[in-house]
Design a protein around this ligand. Structure first.
Ligand SMILES: Cc1cc2nc3c(=O)[nH]c(=O)nc-3n(C[C@H](O)[C@H](O)[C@H](O)COP(=O)(O)OP(=O)(O)OC[C@H]3O[C@@H](n4cnc5c(N)ncnc54)[C@H](O)[C@@H]3O)c2cc1C
Length: 327
């Protein structure tokens, strides 16, 4: 790892100023992703601006939802009584991620901005357009069993690895951001990018912008929810496929649904057409199977990840059945 300067800031403005005036400076929060990337030589910032002590860790009820500070720890959000009661899908997704130790370090802002786990990205001896634009995508013709089935490009087929973000996508989150020129709000659906011809750019966040909070609107998905994570071992592994599912039911008729997938695309993958198709339908396995078929339209696999074309729809059906209580 290269030498770097380290400074700790106590105000949002000071942190943004410190990063803005130095092109090689980066924010560091829990450090659970950034330090790994630095140790492996994937990124080499010359200055780290520690934001972990900024007063941005509150979880606050708002008139019509909740505001979660960017420095709130993954464990604090997952264990928060209000989140568990009103946004149980988010609590479940967080609990499915990483390990207890990591969740005690990882922050909400850092989780949103964690980089892909594609092994071509992590191995600096292999080509990767995301790590080093113009070198090619090693996964395209290589070992692509973890890779995308939606939204990829010929430049990059990596997936976004977060569990938390799948729930945030399903629950219509908004990301609050501060930068040198002011504040802005970004709909979660627009925050992460598809790779296109710039796979090294993961999000629409500018380098000098700080995530200050995430907000969620009031949710009808308080009871019939399930986060299903399918992985290669029972803990401490990233999702092959995950599904965040929520249903608002009246008797056994679906009033509203929220549905998103992880492990299938460069960004958390919202399943809006499948959600729509569920409205007004009875809770049956056939209803859920039909929604899963709609969700999978346009999916395309590579040599080693064709299993996802079966796994993903089955996971959608299973998540919806569990959410509806008919599993
Ligand atoms: C072994 C292991 C297993 C894991 N398993 C899972 C898993 O199963 N599921 C899962 O979802 N995740 C998993 N993770 C990833 C983990 O959740 C992330 O590493 C963590 O959420 C990152 O948060 P952090 O605060 O440590 O971010 P950092 O490492 O501090 O930062 C990550 C990036 O975000 C930037 N950043 C951080 N905060 C802000 C902010 N507020 N504004 C602007 N930029 C910011 C940093 O500059 C950096 O680029 C795993 C990690 C490890 C090491």
């Amino acid at each position: 790892m290269n030498n770097f300067q380290y400074i700790r800031t106590t105000s949002t403005k000071a942190a943004i100023d410190a990063v803005a005036k130095d092109p090689d400076a980066r924010f560091i929060a829990g450090g659970t992703n950034l330090l790994d990337l630095m140790k492996r030589g994937i990124v080499s910032p010359e200055k780290l601006v520690d934001i972990s002590r900024l007063p941005l860790n509150k979880i606050e009820r708002e008139a019509s939802g909740v505001r979660i500070g960017a420095m709130a720890l993954n464990s604090e959000v997952a264990e928060n009584a209000f989140i568990k009661e009103k946004f149980p899908l988010l609590a479940q997704a967080l609990q499915a991620g990483a390990s207890a130790q990591l969740r005690n370090m990882a922050t909400v802002g850092g989780n949103i901005l964690q980089r892909t786990r594609c092994h071509y990205f992590y191995d600096t001896s292999l080509p990767c357009n995301k790590r080093e634009p113009g070198t090619g995508c090693g996964a395209l013709e290589g070992n692509n069993h973890m890779h995308a089935i939606f939204g990829f490009s010929e430049k990059c087929i990596a997936v976004h690895p977060s569990d938390m973000c799948v729930a945030l996508a399903a629950l219509d989150a908004t990301v609050l951001v501060s930068g040198p020129t002011g504040d802005r709000k970004i709909a979660f659906a627009d925050f992460h990018r598809l790779p296109g011809d710039k796979p090294h750019v993961d999000t629409v966040l500018e380098k000098n912008e700080l995530i200050t909070a995430v907000t969620l609107p009031d949710s009808p998905f308080t009871k019939n929810v399930h986060y299903l994570k399918v992985r290669e071992r029972a803990s401490y592994a990233f999702a092959l496929v995950s599904v965040a599912a929520g249903l608002q039911l009246e008797n056994d008729t679906i009033q509203r649904a929220c549905l998103a997938m992880g492990g299938v695309a460069h960004k958390p993958w919202r399943l809006a057409s499948a959600e729509k198709a569920l409205i007004g339908k009875k809770v049956t396995e056939a209803t859920f199977r039909q929604a899963a078929e709609i969700a999978m339209q346009g999916a395309k696999s590579f040599e080693h990840n064709a299993y996802k074309l079966k796994l993903a729809p089955n996971a959608i059906v299973q998540a919806l059945k569990t959410a509806a209580g008919i599993a």
